[in-house]
Design a protein around this ligand. Sequence first.
Ligand SMILES: CC(C)(COP(=O)(O)OP(=O)(O)OC[C@H]1O[C@@H](n2cnc3c(N)ncnc32)[C@H](O)[C@@H]1OP(=O)(O)O)[C@@H](O)C(=O)NCCC(=O)NCCS
Length: 225
Amino acid sequence: MPVQVVVREAEVTDSPADLALLDDGERARAGRKREAAPFVTGHALVRRLLGELLERDPAGLTFARRCTTCGSELHGKPSLVDLPGWHFSLSYTASLAVVAVAEGVEVGVDTEDLTDADFEGFAGATLSRDEVASFEGLSGRDLLVARARVWARKESVLKATGHGLVVDPSEVLVTGPLDAPALRAWRAEEPAPPAVSILDLDLRTESHRAAVAGLTDEPLEVITA
Ligand SMILES: CC(C)(COP(=O)(O)OP(=O)(O)OC[C@H]1O[C@@H](n2cnc3c(N)ncnc32)[C@H](O)[C@@H]1OP(=O)(O)O)[C@@H](O)C(=O)NCCC(=O)NCCS
């Protein structure tokens, strides 16, 4: 049976109503950012969507973090404190925030701005040698779309597992940009997740690409909220 993942995106705006939803810790973090708006939009989006799905006051939700790598509770993958069966993931850039929520399955979401994929060392930084061939013949915007798509797939997996970029993305092999999304191989030292499903997300904007991963062998079904 497909695992339902609820996904919502929001354009980054400077919104006092968003800021009002954040707790003291989040506001303090926002205040330390060079650009607060993406952080505020993203965290308010998480609170609004979880509040709606769980029928809770969005401002009253409390979150914890735990690092998969070192066990610290000061950083790492965030979770809801008193609702352990619900999982979510947040990703944001300067202009867009995306959140994914699922019940009973760990999820990771990642969005990439095409302009951030426009650098020469992309292949060296993110791809294994086996993955390079699937980018051959692509150029211009097509190449940036391909890079952003594959990068989002990889990072969505690493956000679902909670490793983040502690694991070298070139050791997490995914299908080529023109193929259906899937994890092909896990070559990192860290233990591989027992099962992973990935979906590319259809965003409202053409400036980004995004993917969601779930730690399950069931297919994912995206519900756009
Ligand atoms: C997770 C990570 C890949 C996200 O990077 P990014 O592309 O810059 O940012 P995104 O917008 O896609 O995601 C950011 C959000 O991911 C979530 N997140 C943070 N760490 C995470 C992790 N380990 N796993 C899953 N999600 C994580 C948070 O909600 C974070 O938002 P916040 O920082 O405002 O709270 C990156 O921050 C990372 O690699 N972190 C791990 C570093 C680490 O743990 N080092 C110490 C190891 S001991």
